[in-house]
Write a protein of this length. Sequence first.
Length: 404
Amino acid sequence: MADAPVDSVVSVPVAVVGAGPAGLMLAHLLGRAGVGTVALDTRTRHEIETTQRAGILEADVARDLVETGVSDRILRDGYEHEGIEVRSAGRPHRIDFKRLAGASTWLYPQTDVFVDLADARERDGGTVHFGIRDTEVLDLTTDAPRVRYTAPDGTRHEIRARYVVGADGSRSMCRDLVPEDRRVRYGTEYPFAWFGILAEAPRSAPELVYAHSAHGFALISQRTEAVQRMYFQCAPDESVDAWSDDRIWETLQARVAGEDGFRLTEGPITEKTVLRFRSFVQEPMRWGSLLLAGDAAHTVPPTGARGLNLALHDVKVLADVLLKALGGAGEAALEEYEPRALQRIWRAQNFSYWMTRLLHTAPGASAFDLRRQLGELDNVVGTRAGRAYLAEQYTGWPTRDHAH
């Protein structure tokens, strides 16, 4: 198919494979600097914006969305969270981000981030093609790589670029383009998953609640004033069909119960899903004219709310080095990308792994394992140093004051 005729050919400095938040943010940042891009995605826009994903943004990310002109909707529709609650052995402990780390986080669903970015690309005249198929990336070891794809109407097209960015998510095709003998993949699988629900109910708490109990882990999150997102630990092969609404609420209530009498506000459950997760990093993040970003290069478990934030940090760094490379600095500028990105990636991997192991009960855990885990939780929530560590990690190592 690589040599088959095409219906059109366009030339741009950067082709972006993947038009989720990471790919669109990169296209947006480059577009603001006058660099043309074409972004592609096999999913339709409707599919992307109706897939429920993460909802917590670092203050730095929230600031970037506003200050780079994507949208200020987060300031109107988002919710600033100045901390989280960690419940351990039935006792609530608040981690005050503002006091401990000088920053906050924002509850703003990834679907809204995507909508804002897609609207901004349309507003600014950016080229984005959704619902494409048969993507091929060619000639990566040259300075003239090509991307070929089939449009929804069946026509075949080619993009000629100087650089190709693979931002095509956790099932990335682009990551496999790095030769097997030149890449290293690091990762670990977890012996548990999350059972997630969407419920039509008022908020049960003003901020996120992370609960560790003898009954297992639970996370109480929010979406809007009337729709809430909640999770509890389950087996990776759990079937949603085995769980009635009553059983779900009974499980969640048991896991957050405590001496303060806290209870969740219940309501109709509109969605049930089992979320499996892993930790993963592929190096290198650059091969020839290809650069990887976001979930195409790394994934983290959702416990630490780092995934989307990490992807948007990648493309912020990548936009900077691409502008230098295209502006005359050449290949040398691209050498900055991987070390700058990987420093944060591995810090986030460590935090996400630590947070996951801290709060979940591993299958087959002994009585010693459980008591040791409670001791670690006590060290975290019961000391200022422990709370400060959690606050700084969770807020993404904030770089400046974030008052809006």
